[in-house]
Ligand binder design. Structure first.
Ligand code: FAD
Ligand code: DLZ
Ligand code: SF4
Length: 512
C-alpha cells in the first residue's frame, strides 16, 4: 500500500481533500465504526444510526468507484475500539508508506491525528478541510483585524467573498439583512407540504438492529428512522426543501408550533455536517430559486446567512477559542440538568414539547434550541458544561465544533459575551408571541408570580438580578435594569420569591 487514507464518519464526500490524488491501484481507504466515538457522548440512537448507515453507504460508493476500502464494523470481533487502535491494526496488516487524512472537525480528534506520526513512525499528512468556505487561518486573520467579532460584519464579508446575492459591490435588494420581514408567528397549516422521508434499505436495517442491541439504553428509538443516508437521497431532500419550504422559510423561521416540529426548516444540517451535501452548492441552489422567481429575497437571504454566515462564523469561533472554551462559565452556574431533559416529563408545555420532539426525531429547530431549552437552562442556572454534553448527545446534527459555540456562547452567554452582545434571555411573553405552546400549558403566561404563573417570568428577573455583577454594565441591558429599578419592592420580592420556590422544587426533584 502506498497511502493509507483515513476517512472519518463526518467526512463522507468524494471531494474530500484526502481523496484528491487518491489512486485506486495503490492506495487503501480505512473507515471504522468504533466504541470510542460511539460513547464519547451519550448519543441519541438516531444519530449513531445515521452516521453508521451513511458511512456504510459511502464505503459502497467508494468501492463502486474502484477504491479499495477496509471497513471495520462495530461488531467486528477484532475491532480495536478506537481510531488510533484501528489505524495501528491496519498499519501492521498493510505496511503503508504514508497516512493521509483530512483534518478532523473536532479538537479532540485532531489532537489524536497529530499524535499518529510519532506513534506509527510514518509520515502523516493532515490536509485542510476544504468543505468550509473559509480556512481556520483566514478566520483568525479576520478576527485579529476587528475590535468586536460581530457576526453581521463577518457575514457581509462572506457575501462579498462568495458573490452570493450580490450586485457588484452592493447587496441584492439594497440591504444585507431582511430579518425585519421575518420573525413572524405561524399558524398550523394542514396543507403545508411534508418533508421527504427515506425508508431504510437493507444496509440501514442492519445498522438499526446493531444500534438497538448495543445502545439499547441510549435516548430515542430507531423505529421511525427516515434519514437520507446517501448523497443522492440527501440531494432529493435539498431539492424538496428549495421547492416546497424555502419560499416561506423567512417568515416562519422563528415561529414554533406544537403540531409542526419542522415547519419550513430545511432539515439539512445532518447531511451538510457529515459531508453528504456541500454547503456552498445548497446556497447556490437557493440563490437560483430567487433569481428565477421561485422564492422571495427575505427567505433566500435568511437561509444563505445561516450557512455562509452563522455556520462558518461558529466554526471560526470554535477554533479560535478551543480548548479552553468548553469550560466557560461566567455566571458560575452549577445546577445539574433535571431528569425531564431525558423524558420530556414537565408541566412547562413549551419545554415538554421541544424535549419530546427531540427524543422522537433527534431534531429541534434553532429557536426551539435557543429560546426554549437554552433560555430555560440559562434562566434556571443549569451547568453549561453538562448542558453542552446533553446537546452534543441528543441532536443528530451535533458535532462539537458547531454545537459547543452555539450552546456555550450563543445560548448560555457562558463566555461572558465573546460571541453575543447580550444574553438570549426572555420571559414567557416571547414564547407566547412566537408559538402556540402556552395555549395548552398548565402555567399561565400572563401571570407574573405565584405558583400558577409561567416559570419563565420570575426566572427571567431572577436571572438578571442574580447576575447583575456580570450584566449591569452591558449597555444593551440598560433599559432592563432601569425597568427593575422602577419596580415596587413588593413586585421585586414576588418575582424573586417565586423564582426561588421554583428552583427549590427543581432541586428537590419535584414535578415542575
Ligand atoms: P435551517 O433552519 O433550515 O437552517 C439552514 C442551515 O443553516 C442549517 O442546516 C445549518 O447548516 C445552518 N445553521 C443555521 N443556524 C446555524 C447556527 N447557529 N450554527 C451553525 N449552523 C447554522 N447546528 C448544528 O448543525 N449542530 C448542532 O449541534 C447545533 N447545536 C445547536 C445548539 C444550540 C443551543 C443552538 C441555539 C443552535 C444549534 N445549532 C446546531 C444551530 C441550528 O439550530 C441548527 O443548525 C439547525 O436547527 C438545523 O436545522 P435545519 O437544517 O432545519 O436548519
Ligand atoms: C459521531 C460518530 C460516531 C457516533 N461514531 C463514529 C464512528 O464509529 N466512526 C467514525 O469515523 N466517526 C464516528 N462519528 C463521527 C466522529 O465522531 C467525527 O468524525 C469526529 O467528531 C471528528 O469530527
Ligand atoms: Fe412555556 Fe410559560 Fe408558555 Fe407554559 S406558559 S408554555 S411554561 S412559556
Amino acid at each position: 500500500v502506498r497511502n493509507l487514507i483515513f476517512i472519518l464518519g463526518d467526512q463522507l464526500t468524494l471531494s474530500l481533500s484526502s481523496l484528491e490524488d487518491a489512486d485506486p491501484e495503490q492506495d487503501l481507504i480505512l473507515m471504522c465504526e468504533v466504541m470510542q466515538e460511539a460513547t464519547y457522548a451519550h448519543h441519541h440512537k438516531l444519530k449513531i444510526a445515521l452516521i453508521f448507515s451513511a458511512m456504510r453507504h459511502f464505503a459502497i460508493e467508494l468501492r463502486e468507484k474502484g477504491f479499495q476500502v477496509r471497513y471495520v464494523a462495530l461488531d467486528d470481533p477484532d475491532n480495536a475500539g478506537s481510531f488510533t487502535g484501528e489505524l495501528a491494526r491496519t498499519v501492521a496488516a498493510t505496511s503503508p508508506k504514508r497516512i493521509i487524512a483530512t483534518e478532523a472537525c473536532e479538537w479532540r480528534v485532531l489532537e489524536m491525528m497529530e499524535s499518529w506520526q510519532s506513534a506509527f513512525g510514518l509520515p502523516v499528512e493532515i490536509r485542510a478541510d476544504t468543505r468550509f468556505l473559509l480556512s481556520k487561518q483566514a478566520f483568525q486573520t479576520w478576527a485579529q483585524s476587528r475590535r468586536s467579532l460581530t457576526m453581521e460584519y463577518f457575514y457581509r464579508d462572506m457575501r462579498r467573498r462568495t458573490g452570493l446575492l450580490m450586485n457588484g459591490r452592493d447587496p441584492e435588494g439594497g440591504r444585507w439583512n431582511f430579518d425585519a420581514d421575518n420573525r413572524k408567528p405561524a399558524k398550523p397549516d394542514l396543507f403545508r407540504p411534508t418533508h421527504p422521508r427515506f425508508p431504510p434499505d437493507t444496509v440501514t436495517a442492519d445498522v438499526l438492529a446493531l444500534v438497538e442491541s448495543i445502545f439499547a439504553h441510549n435516548m430515542g428509538s430507531t423505529a421511525r428512522f427516515s434519514f437520507a443516508v446517501t448523497r443522492a437521497d440527501a440531494q432529493k431532500a435539498a431539492d424538496a426543501f428549495v421547492r416546497d419550504f424555502l419560499p416561506d422559510f423567512g417568515e416562519t423561521q422563528d415561529a414554533m408550533l406544537k403540531e409542526e416540529p419542522f415547519l419550513n426548516h430545511s432539515l439539512l444540517s445532518f447531511y451538510i455536517n457529515i459531508g453528504l451535501l456541500d454547503p456552498f452548492e445548497i446556497c447556490r441552489m437557493a440563490e437560483r430559486a430567487y433569481l428565477e422567481g421561485r422564492a422571495p429575497l427575505n427567505s433566500v437571504e435568511g437561509f444563505i446567512r445561516q450557512i455562509i454566515g452563522w455556520r462558518e462564523y461558529i466554526r471560526g469561533i470554535y477554533w479560535l477559542k478551543m480548548p479552553g472554551y468548553k469550560k466557560s462559565n461566567i455566571f458560575n452556574a452549577k445546577r445539574p440538568l433535571p431528569d425531564f431533559f431525558w423524558t420530556g416529563d414537565t408541566d412547562m408545555a413549551c419545554v415538554a414539547s421541544v424535549i419530546t420532539q427531540t427524543i422522537t426525531h433527534a431534531y429541534a429547530h434553532h429557536i426551539q434550541r435557543l429560546m426554549v431549552v437554552g433560555n430555560f437552562s440559562m434562566l434556571a442556572g443549569l451547568d453549561p458544561y453538562a448542558l453542552h454534553k446533553w446537546y452534543l448527545a441528543v441532536y443528530a446534527d451535533a458535532f462539537e465544533w458547531v454545537e459547543l459555540p452555539n450552546v456555550i456562547g450563543m445560548s448560555q452567554f457562558a463566555d461572558g459575551g465573546f460571541m453575543s452582545s447580550k444574553p438570549y434571555a426572555a420571559s414567557g411573553a416571547y414564547i407566547a408571541r412566537m408559538s402556540n405552546y402556552c395555549d395548552s400549558c398548565r402555567y399561565d403566561v400572563s401571570k407574573k408570580s405565584g405558583k400558577d404563573a409561567c416559570p419563565f417570568n420570575a426566572l427571567y428577573w431572577d436571572f438578571i438580578i442574580r447576575n447583575a455583577n456580570s450584566l449591569s454594565k452591558n449597555r444593551r441591558l440598560t433599559q432592563t435594569f432601569a425597568a427593575w429599578d422602577r419596580m415596587s419592592p413588593e413586585k421585586k420580592q414576588a418575582y424573586r420569591g417565586s423564582a426561588s420556590l421554583f428552583l427549590q422544587r427543581l432541586d428537590d426533584g419535584e414535578r415542575v
